[in-house]
Design a binder for this molecule. Structure first.
Ligand code: NDP
Length: 309
């Protein structure tokens, strides 16, 4: 089986090593050293240029090298009828849960205030609060969001989650659907966003939604930049409606040098790395899907292009 690898962000040598271990005899071809395009059976890709996947007439499987599939499902030039799977693995969820926990703690334990006070050599005592008095809300309770919500509940926070469908996660109050959005936001002091970007979620956190949060709320966005109306967010930060933010994803990436988001000391900007696919563990599910596609068996972690995630 010949597998094409395309990613400008991931290490082909590391993926090649783990994939060859998981799939003995694998013919692993790193773009642009593709060879005969007709020999390619499957492609593992992250942000391949539009039209690239049309070049392989015998392609049977597209593997999105990551959890977020918005760029691939929006690619109108994608060859029709070829199944798309994604990486959804526990190590990736753990890495995301760690990032989200660190961000929640940054806001909950007043690190922003201490960093400000330190600049003027001010001893700024703020009595710590207990975690159960702090309401954290998680938007998106999929592979990543559910793990993060459980971890936050384990830390004692008052946790609620919002998804399309109701969920039963221990220690996490469930809200769902458009009707559940306003009550969910109204009870949320620290909001962590782990939704996929779809036509339904694009711009979901607009000025109106941000105003539904209690005044002085904090936002962590690790989903996609376009889930949040960035201009509305900047206005909400200026007005104090949003007191602090930790942002890993942006409308335009890299975040342009002239974005006001760089200037707020209460906003932490990180360069889209909250979680990544880990070859050591993810290679196993890639191998399993390649085996299944060969055997004509149902695939795992299948993406529904109509639903958008
Ligand atoms: P999943 O597909 O497993 O979960 C998506 C969740 O979002 C589900 O709970 C789903 O609800 C919910 N959802 C989707 N659409 C809606 C909607 N219209 N209204 C309410 N809820 C909705 O995704 P993952 O957890 O694996 O990943 C989530 C996102 O995180 C990715 O799509 C990607 O954009 C982002 N990501 C960011 C990374 C980073 O480094 N910053 C790394 C990896 C991913 P339901 O369960 O009811 O279907």
């Amino acid at each position: 089986m010949a597998l094409l690898f395309y990613s400008e962000y991931d290490d082909p040598a590391d993926w090649g090593k783990h994939l060859r271990e998981a799939i003995p005899g694998l013919d692993f071809r790193v773009w642009p050293e593709v060879g005969d395009p007709g020999e390619i059976d499957a492609a593992i890709v992250w942000k391949a240029p539009q039209g690239e996947l049309r070049k392989y007439p015998n392609l049977r499987l597209i593997i999105n090298l990551g959890a977020g599939v918005d760029s691939i499902v929006q690619d109108r030039s994608l060859p029709a009828g070829i199944p798309i799977v994604r990486i959804a693995d526990p190590d990736m969820s753990r890495m995301m849960a760690q990032f989200v926990l660190a961000a929640v703690l940054r806001h909950y334990r007043d690190f922003v205030s201490f960093a400000r006070a330190q600049k003027t050599r001010r001893w700024h005592y703020l009595h710590p609060r207990e975690a159960p008095t702090c309401s954290v809300g998680v938007m998106g309770l999929g592979n990543l969001g559910a793990t993060a919500a459980s971890e936050l509940a384990r830390q004692g926070f008052k946790v609620a989650g919002w998804a399309r469908s109701p969920k039963a996660i221990e220690g996490v109050e469930s809200f769902h659907g458009p009707a559940g959005l306003a009550p969910f936001l109204a009870r949320t002091e620290i909001l962590a966003v782990m939704l996929p970007l779809t036509p339904q979620t694009d711009g979901l956190l607009d000025a109106k939604a941000l105003a539904m949060l209690p005044r002085g709320a904090k936002i962590i966005n690790v989903g996609r930049g376009r889930l949040v109306d960035e201009d509305a967010l900047i206005a909400a930060i200026r007005s104090g409606q949003i007191a602090e933010a930790t942002l890993d994803v942006f409308r335009t990436e890299p975040l342009p040098a002239d974005s006001p988001l760089w200037d707020f000391d209460q906003v932490l900007v990180t360069p889209h790395l909250a979680s990544v696919a880990i070859p050591r563990t993810a290679a196993r599910q890639v191998a399993e899907n390649l085996r299944r596609v060969k055997a004509g068996e149902p695939l795992i972690n299948v993406v529904d292009p109509q639903r958008g995630y």
